[in-house]
Ligand binder design. Structure first.
Ligand code: SF4
Length: 480
């Protein structure tokens, strides 16, 4: 059967009217400015739309044209556009852009693919998108959604976006060229998702051969491997390092639906592909600006409604410490709390972080269940470390840090491990020095904390001290 492309495009045009408009189209519609479309398109590569929108807003407040952009340094640009994907490379491209526009194009954004490709940071996809969106010129921008969905339909049989672009230029009626990217990006984000598309509510299901697709099994319901969610938190102390110590085997052993990692100590692009893309999981990264330091990530089989990066305070957020995932009936706050360091040098910083965190949790708890997980870098009670007497003023057991844990509990949050375990000598961190792990001279500083009303939704809480690879071991809860 010939695929009825005109009918399908007409149906999808109607369907996506109620969807969120892709950010680059939105900027084009709001500004009618090729410079802003170009810069927003550069920012948008490998970045979620909501992150691109925030970065574009901050950038345009400082630089609404090429002359103003030329006055910003690479460091300033990095700060403005963080946390878009590959922000360091993109900051360099943006810094170089005004000079190339001035020298080669009289300060104007060029209007041909070949000329656009001469700009820093502009590849074929970006050039096509700028042509189509900024100048309404015939161009087919093929991103992963277009490539994927066109192959699901059997409209093309190709192995790469570049091949798809060539095939579509030969086959797709020209009246659809301009719109096809915006249409399929919105449709791909809202219905025909990369994993488990919503075929049960798809308006074009009657025309779709669903090639290579595994649709969701039950109409109207999300499908998970198990009705109980296994949530895991693990400070891996360097994701690159732990990859060499059996991380993927540990992941499969833990069988987590959602796993929050702390101290990833790497930008996503510095990681091997096997760590960036683990089959069955989507991942969100919040690395620190400083290389090799801090950083959190969350891998999830369950798709969140939205993800927030940081606490909204630059002094904490530049250290990559917090990701908040919102699901239909709970929030998961995945965090790496600051270490107060020798002499409690960073105590004031940690106390400010703690206050901001408690405000954040309290705001979320107004709406629905809240789970906080991560390395809180504090042992709460004497039972939570091997040598309490020797550590009364140590970082992680100082009276001030323990007092905040008291405050957290008084505010109605529960340490889930202690809901199920009263026994001593259960730890989640051991110093690398003095063979502490073999002697079980440790600290319990990794937690799952839930708000009071979620108490009955926690079915188990565990410390997985049989899992190695880091100086911390994973902790988990089973949550319904
Ligand atoms: S039927 Fe399923 S696979 Fe086909 S377009 Fe719709 S959502 Fe995508």
């Amino acid at each position: 059967m010939t695929f009825p492309i005109d009918t399908v495009v007409a149906l999808l045009n109607k369907e996506i009217a109620g969807y969120q408009v892709p950010v680059v189209d939105l900027i084009a519609a709001q500004t009618n400015d090729p410079f802003k479309v170009l810069t927003a398109t550069i920012l948008s590569a490998r970045t979620k739309d909501e992150v691109t929108a925030g970065a574009a807003r901050r950038l345009f407040a400082q630089a609404e044209n090429a002359e103003a952009l030329a006055r910003l340094s690479v460091a300033e640009l990095e700060k403005l556009i963080y946390p878009v994907g590959f922000f360091r490379s993109k900051a360099r491209y943006l810094a170089a852009l005004p000079e190339v526009l001035r020298r080669d194009f009289a300060g104007q954004v060029p209007e041909t693919i070949e000329e656009l490709l001469r700009l820093p940071g502009v590849g074929r996809k970006t050039a096509n998108l700028v042509m189509a969106v900024a100048f309404s010129k015939p161009a087919i921008c093929v991103d992963t959604h277009v490539h994927r969905i066109m192959n699901i339909w059997g409209y093309v049989q190709t192995r790469s976006p570049a091949e798809t672009e060539t095939a579509l230029r030969a086959k797709l009626p020209q009246q659809h060229w301009l719109r096809i990217n915006s249409l399929l990006v919105a449709f791909g984000q809202g219905t025909c998702k990369p994993r488990a598309p919503h075929c049960n509510r798809c308006v074009i299901a009657a025309y779709c051969p669903q090639l290579g697709v595994q649709p969701r099994k039950t109409a109207g319901k999300e499908q998970f491997p198990c009705p109980v969610l296994r949530l895991v938190s693990w400070n891996v102390n360097g994701l690159r390092a732990v990859m060499d110590k059996g991380f993927l085997d540990s992941m499969s052993k833990l069988n987590a639906d959602i796993i929050a990692l702390q101290e990833i100590k790497a930008l996503p692009e510095q990681l091997p592909e096997a760590a960036r893309s683990i089959p069955g999981y989507q991942v969100w990264w919040h690395p620190a600006k400083k290389k090799g330091y801090s950083g959190v990530a969350v891998f999830s089989r369950k798709e969140p409604l939205r993800v927030r990066y940081g606490l909204g305070h630059e002094e904490f957020d530049c250290e990559g410490r917090v990701l908040t995932l919102e699901f239909a009936d709970f929030y998961l706050v995945a965090a790496y709390f600051p270490n107060t360091q020798d002499g409690l040098k960073r105590l004031a910083f940690k106390q400010a972080f703690n206050r901001a965190m408690l405000d954040h949790l309290n705001q979320l708890a107004v709406e629905k269940s809240v789970l906080l997980c991560g390395d809180l870098n504090v042992a709460h009670k004497e039972i939570d470390l091997a040598n309490p007497k020797a550590n009364v003023q140590s970082p992680g057991f100082s009276p001030e840090e323990r007092a905040w844990m008291d405050e957290l509990v008084q505010a109605g949050y529960l340490d889930t491990f202690r809901l199920f375990h009263a026994e001593p000598e259960r730890y989640s961190w051991w110093s690398y020095r003095t063979a502490a792990r073999q002697r079980n001279v440790g600290w319990r500083i990794d937690y799952f904390v839930v708000d009071e009303r979620s108490r009955n939704r926690v079915r188990a809480a565990e410390i997985h001290d049989d899992i190695h690879g880091s100086d911390h071991c994973p902790v988990s809860i089973d949550f319904v």
